[in-house]
Design a protein. Structure first.
Ligand SMILES: [Zn+2]
Length: 303
């Protein structure tokens, strides 16, 4: 009953204010939901009694050429939460690697899930400690939001420290970017899953909107979003997409600390040089630095 009350309160708050203000409730309900979730886990455990022990270190990052393949990165914000383990089961079954932008407070509450994310080849990024709008904080407060989260994730994962950050609501500016000191990863497809909480809509948008090199934003703290993922994966596979983590997506592109990125930048156009072109003089740059992707609104609700 308590769980249901919290869930209703969380849902009501969500309608009013987006995901940012519901996380404490979500975190509080997570313990109850997890208790229910462990039944499924126990069943799976019984089936897989002979399975090998869980890995002690994460698998290596793969080398996937996203200039040639149609790559896409699934990203999940605000967790871990009550539905994260179920999502990880789906991703494992489908052989899909994703990226989780986790909150420090939730990493502290559910360290085993952060560890599972890392050990199963997913990337974990920093999403602040408790989801404030960073542009409204002092530099010291921003630093604290990031550092505490980095520490919680590193502890939970057994030593893997995030190298990418997603600012809550996508809200950033030059000062915040400099203080964070990591590349800031936004998105090219905003499913607005937190707003509609509708699996059919999440599925439709998740399959239809991504373009090669895209970054899709979902939230693993919402049940309808997690329920949509098997169909989203199937639909995107049918469209010929390869699923990669954010770092895999940007492989070969230099990401700068404090800059925002929302999709993989297009490759440099092939040079029309003749076949007998001489090599560039030594010490010359390889070419113009890739420009940061097209800028996104500095602030959006509900991320
Ligand atoms: Zn968020």
């Amino acid at each position: 009953m308590r769980t249901r009350n919290f869930a209703l309160i969380a849902a009501a708050l969500l309608l009013v204010s987006g995901c940012g203000h519901t996380e404490k409730k979500q975190a509080r309900t997570a313990g109850h939901r997890l208790a229910a979730g462990t039944k499924a886990g126990a069943k799976a455990g019984a089936r897989a009694r002979t399975a090998p022990a869980p890995p002690q270190r994460p698998p290596a990052q793969r080398r996937i050429d996203c200039d040639r393949l149609k790559c896409v990165a699934l990203t999940f914000d605000d967790g871990p939460g009550p539905y994260t383990n179920g999502l990880l089961d789906v991703l494992k079954k489908d052989g899909v690697r994703a990226t989780f932008f986790v909150l420090g407070q939730n990493a502290r509450s559910f360290p085993a899930m952060v560890r599972r994310e890392v050990m199963e080849g997913h990337e974990v990024g920093d999403h602040s400690w408790d989801h404030p709008q960073l542009t409204g904080l002092s530099a010291a407060a921003v630093k604290s939001q990031i550092q505490r989260t980095q520490d919680a994730i590193t502890r939970a994962s057994g030593g893997v420290k995030p190298t990418i950050m997603r600012p809550p609501y996508g809200a950033t500016n030059r000062r915040v970017g400099q203080t964070i000191g990591m590349p800031l990863i936004l998105w090219s497809v905003d499913t607005e899953d937190w707003r509609y909480l509708n699996t059919a809509r999440d599925t439709r948008v998740g399959i239809k909107e991504p373009k090669p090199g895209g970054v899709i934003l979902f939230h693993d703290i919402h049940k309808p979003s997690v329920k949509a993922i098997p169909a989203v994966i199937e639909g995107l596979k049918k469209r010929g997409f390869t699923f990669v983590t954010v770092s895999e997506l940007f492989e070969g592109r230099q990401l700068k600390p404090g800059q925002t990125y929302s999709e993989r930048m297009a490759p440099k156009p092939a040079s029309p040089a003749p076949v007998t072109a001489s090599p560039p003089p030594s010490g010359s740059p390889a070419g113009p630095a890739p420009s940061p992707s097209k800028s996104r609104p500095q602030q959006a609700e509900g991320h």
